[in-house]
Design a protein around this ligand. Structure first.
Ligand SMILES: Nc1ncnc2c1ncn2[C@@H]1O[C@H](COP(=O)(O)OP(=O)(O)OP(=O)(O)O)[C@@H](O)[C@H]1O
Ligand SMILES: [Mg+2]
Length: 284
């Protein structure tokens, strides 16, 4: 069976995309799903969260990065398989989560630019470029599809060719959002883009879901905006609260810790979100 491919994406920055990827990946891998996280963001946030800085530095030295993987298609060189770039058994959780990771580095931002410069100079137009990024990403994921039940893409804010490619190949899309007016405006345009991609594959909007993050239950704006969102989009029933422990969980711990130790009072709601995600995405 090929893995479920899921993009966690929002054009808007700082809405909790990387935090959602890390916590969802940890919760589901502890439940026994074999999960691969692919970091498509040069900020490398989810890479740091899941591998910690020391391992990230080692992986980078070793060339096990997403930029090195795509480098070979831009600059040529000895071809290497996608699976060679993946870090196995990441996360600081005890309980042996089945969690693998392809890290990104700040250099990842240049790959896209160099690829575009090169392929534009070879006469490719924008549609062909899109198709090329999609093909590269697709065949990479397909090459490891037997190894995973779920592949999660952490997308950067804004627009990137790789994020576009991830959206194109994803069977399910999660849009984390804050329940406020500006954030709601932001997802209108983006949802249209995601829907176009789904419809090309004869999927429906049942595969595009919004999750409310950083939710403050006593904030009346958050409450009214959350209700409003529900009338316009598919919204997860579970809302991720604004919680210090969730922000703290991003920092690597050299001591292994349980899910409850890591996420504290928020552990329960993250498990609940993971369960709802499995149900909505058909990962039962
Ligand atoms: N539920 C939460 N409660 C408290 N803090 C949170 C929560 N979710 C995320 N944060 C914090 O908010 C900040 C932004 O989160 P995160 O990096 O996950 O967002 P992002 O959408 O991935 O950002 P970017 O667009 O830059 O990639 C981080 O400092 C993170 O620790
Ligand atoms: Mg992020």
């Amino acid at each position: 069976m090929s893995p479920r491919t899921v993009s966690i994406v929002n054009m808007k920055g700082g809405v909790g995309k990387s935090t959602t990827v890390a916590s969802l990946a940890e919760a589901l891998s502890l439940e026994g799903l074999r999960v691969l996280v692919v970091d498509l963001d040069p900020q490398s946030n989810v890479s740091m969260m899941l591998a910690g800085q020391d391992r990230w530095i080692d992986l980078r030295k070793n060339g096990q990065t997403i930029d090195e993987y795509f480098n070979q298609f831009v600059y040529g060189g000895e071809p290497r398989f996608f699976h060679e770039f993946i870090a196995h058994g990441v996360s600081d959780l005890s309980g042996d989560p089945q969690l693998d990771l392809l890290i990104s580095t700040p250099e990842f931002r240049y790959i896209e630019r160099h690829a575009l410069e090169k392929w534009v100079s070879q006469g490719f137009d924008i549609r062909q470029l899109n198709a090329r990024f999609s093909r590269l990403t697709n065949s990479a994921i397909e090459s490891v599809s037997d190894n995973y039940d779920l592949v999660l893409f952490d997308c950067p804010p804004g627009i990137s060719m790789f994020a576009e490619a991830a959206i194109e190949l994803s069977e399910f899309i999660v849009i984390p959002t804050i329940a406020d007016y500006v954030s709601r405006l932001g997802i209108f345009a983006f949802r249209k883009r995601a829907l176009r991609s789904m419809e090309q594959r004869r999927f429906t909007d049942e595969r595009i879901w919004t999750v409310i993050t950083k939710f403050e239950q006593h904030n009346t704006l958050h409450l009214s905006e959350a209700d409003m969102l529900k009338t316009q989009f598919n919204v997860f029933d579970t809302r991720i609260p604004q919680a210090e422990q969730i922000a703290r969980a991003a920092e690597w711990s050299d001591q292994k810790r349980t899910f409850e130790q890591k996420y504290g009072a928020a552990a329960q709601v993250i498990r609940q979100f993971a369960a709802e995600f499995r149900e909505r995405a058909g990962l039962i």
